[in-house]
Write a new protein. Structure first.
Length: 304
């Protein structure tokens, strides 16, 4: 046998992680791991005294082969993970880089939405002027409004898709970091790391499937936005509300969009808040209420 020459003391140490299994030729083996090729074979885990304390029966042949392939794939993935990253910090930097790339795409689309929103506001102003003068609204002007509304809702659909992608990246790296810690035998962190604490929170977004509930959510979203905006100049269209709030420092635009890719897909209601500083033209919101408005949106709409 493999360990027949070992003394009793050595046997007690090694047996803590020993398995007894039999290969295709009927030869008995004692090893600390069962090779993937024989993952489907019956095996027993031995105690410190060399007694079988856990017996796993053989898997059916087809399952054994599939299990062996899964173990081999996992082994290769683990080796690549350890070769690619040396520390948890490197993994977190890679994650943050991926998140930053998605966030950049979101910001680019938000910039596009800002430009399109200005066009829509101008179109509504033109319609209001015609109505005030008791003149008919041309059909082509209404067509431009519809096209602008569609463009904005489509843009927010893309933003929501990227918000989903951010969550997928977070989930993927959470699993990968856990696996890395296990392979390196690192202790679990006692407290969240500073980099984790500073990452963006969940987006101001709610989902629903039942039309009645979705309409309730939409009404709550409209009421919520109106709590933090002026009613003057408000733009309300199918699946879109744009409201504004002005003070001496900046102009804030609060937009909620109702998006749905297909009838069998969930409705997503998204809040976007954009700011423009009156003195510097900076697009960074300085009003301390803005983060609170974003953070409270989901709970207010879902009445949690």
């Amino acid at each position: 046998m493999l360990f027949s020459a070992l003394g009793l003391a050595s046997w007690a140490v090694l047996a803590q992680q020993l398995y007894r299994w039999v290969d295709d030729q009927g030869e008995v083996h004692y090893t600390d791991q069962v090779p993937p090729k024989y993952a489907g074979k019956a095996r027993a885990r031995l105690s410190e005294q060399g007694i079988a304390v856990e017996i796993q029966p053989a898997l059916p042949t087809g399952e054994a082969r599939e299990r062996a392939r899964e173990l081999e794939r996992q082994r290769i993935e683990d080796e690549r993970l350890l070769q690619r990253y040396r520390t948890v910090d490197e993994l977190e930097l890679a994650r943050d880089g991926r998140l930053a790339a998605v966030e950049a795409a979101i910001q680019a689309k938000r910039d596009d939405m800002r430009d399109e929103s200005r066009k829509l506001i101008a179109l509504y102003a033109e319609i209001q002027a015609l109505q005030t003068a008791d003149k008919p609204v041309p059909i082509d002007l209404m067509g431009k409004v519809d096209a602008s509304l569609t463009h904005i809702r489509t843009g927010y659909t893309e933003i929501i898709d990227n918000e989903d992608r951010k969550q997928e990246v977070k989930d993927e790296f959470e699993h990968t970091i856990e696996q890395f810690r296990r392979l390196r035998r690192l202790p679990d962190p006692v407290l969240p790391r500073k980099r984790d604490r500073n990452r963006p929170k969940d987006p101001p977004l709610v989902s629903c499937r039942e039309q009645a509930l979705c309409h309730v959510y939409w009404e709550r979203a409209v009421d919520y936005v109106r709590q933090y905006s002026d009613r003057d100049g408000e733009v309300l269209g199918p699946g879109l509300l744009m409201a504004f709030q002005d003070d001496e420092r900046e102009r804030r635009t609060l937009t909620i969009a109702w998006t749905q890719k297909a009838a069998d897909q969930p409705v997503r209601i998204y809040l976007d808040i954009q700011c423009k500083n009156r003195l510097t033209a900076s697009l960074i919101c300085i009003d301390p209420r803005v983060p609170k408005v974003r953070a409270g949106f989901k709970a207010a709409v879902m009445a949690e």
